[in-house]
Design a protein around this ligand. Structure first.
Ligand code: GLY
Length: 310
C-alpha cells in the first residue's frame, strides 16, 4: 500500500525574497508528515503534523503570522476531514490560539459536532487546553497598517470602502494572503485533508471562507482528498473540493479532474485559486491559477520535492 503526502503554503503572488522561507517551511512540513507515515502512523496524524509546522511558520497565512481582518485582529478558519469514517471537524472565526488545526481535530474527536464558530470555538479551545496566544506578528501588523493608510478609509466615513478594498487587492495581489493545507495517504489506505487559514486580508469581521466548509476548501473521500487555497468565495461557489473528488470517483485522473475544475472556475470567476490533492493510489497533484503556490510532496517512490509553482 502506498503512503504519500502533499502540502501547500497558499496560492497568490509571493513577495520577492519570501520564496526561500516559504520553501524551507514546506520542506519541514513534508518531513514532519513523512516521518509519521513511515512509522505506520495515520493520515490524520501526518496531515495535522504537517499543518502545525506550516501554522507555526510566520511566513504563511495561518496560525502565527495570519492576516488581520478589517478591524485589525485575526479570525482563524480550519478543517480536518478523514475518508474512511467520514470524520469532519472544523472551526471558523476562532481567535487567539496557536494551532487552529488541532482545535478543528478536537471538534471532530471530542464533540458530536462538525463545526464550532466564533466565541464558542474559542471557548472550546480553552476547555481543550489551548492557552491564550497572540498570533499577530510585527510584519502582519505593518501590512495591515500599510493597507489602511493606502486605502485611506475609515469605518462609517467611507461607504465605498469595500469597493476600494476589492480594487486595491486586485492591483496588489501580493496582499491577498493565502492558506496552508496538507493531504495524506496512510498505509491503511486512509486519506485525510487538513486546511488552516487566517482567511483573506481585510475581510469583514465574521466572514467565513472555504477552508472550514467540507466539500469546498477541504474534502476527503475514499477516492481523493483535496485542500484549496486562494479567494475562498470562488471555491465555495464551485464546491470545488467535492467536485474534484467526485470526478475522480467517476474514473477521471486526478490531474485531469483538478485542471477541469480550475478551468471552469476561471471561466466562471477568473478565480485566483489553487489546489493540492492526493488519490487513493498515492498520486499527488498540485495546480493553481496564481503566480505562485509554494507546495511540496513525497511519494512512495521516494520522490520528495518543493516548488513555488506547479
Ligand atoms: N482560501 C482561504 C479563504 O478564502 O479564506
Amino acid at each position: 500500500m502506498s503512503i504519500a503526502l502533499i502540502v501547500h503554503g497558499g496560492a497568490g503572488t509571493w513577495r520577492p525574497g519570501s520564496d526561500a522561507d516559504a520553501l524551507a517551511g514546506i520542506r519541514r512540513a513534508v518531513k514532519a508528515g513523512r516521518d509519521i507515515l513511515e512509522r505506520q502512523g495515520s493520515a490524520l496524524d501526518a496531515a495535522c503534523a504537517a499543518a502545525v509546522v506550516l501554522e507555526d511558520e510566520s511566513v504563511f497565512n495561518a496560525g502565527t503570522g495570519a492576516v488581520l481582518n478589517f478591524d485589525g485582529f485575526v479570525e482563524f478558519d480550519a478543517c480536518v476531514m478523514t475518508s474512511h469514517d467520514k470524520g469532519i471537524g472544523a472551526v471558523s472565526g476562532l481567535q487567539r490560539v496557536q494551532n487552529p488545526i488541532l482545535v478543528a481535530r478536537q471538534v471532530m474527536e471530542m464533540t458530536d459536532h462538525v463545526m464550532l464558530t466564533g466565541d464558542g470555538a474559542t471557548r472550546f479551545a480553552r476547555v481543550m487546553g489551548h492557552p491564550d496566544y497572540d498570533p499577530v506578528t510585527p510584519a502582519r501588523l505593518a501590512d495591515w497598517q500599510d493597507k489602511k493608510q493606502k486605502l485611506a478609509f475609515g469605518i462609517g466615513r467611507d461607504p465605498q470602502a469595500s469597493m476600494k478594498i476589492r480594487a486595491f487587492l486586485q492591483s496588489h495581489p501580493e496582499y491577498a494572503g493565502g492558506t496552508i493545507g496538507a493531504v495524506a495517504l496512510d498505509a491503511q489506505g486512509h486519506l485525510c485533508a487538513a486546511t488552516s487559514t487566517g482567511g483573506v486580508t481585510m475581510k469583514l469581521v465574521g466572514r467565513v471562507g472555504d477552508t472550514p466548509l467540507p466539500g469546498c476548501g477541504t474534502y476527503a473521500s475514499i477516492d481523493a482528498a483535496v485542500s484549496a487555497t486562494g479567494t475562498g468565495e470562488y471555491v465555495v461557489r464551485s464546491f470545488a473540493g467535492r467536485e474534484i473528488a467526485d470526478r475522480v470517483a467517476r474514473g477521471v485522473a486526478l490531474d485531469t479532474a483538478m485542471n477541469a475544475v480550475l478551468d471552469q472556475m476561471q471561466a466562471d470567476f477568473n478565480a485566483d485559486v489553487g489546489f493540492i490533492a492526493l488519490d487513493r493510489h498515492g498520486r499527488t497533484v498540485a495546480a493553481h491559477r496564481t503566480a505562485h503556490m509554494p507546495h511540496g510532496w513525497f511519494r512512495n517512490d521516494g520522490l520528495t520535492e518543493a516548488r513555488m509553482q506547479a
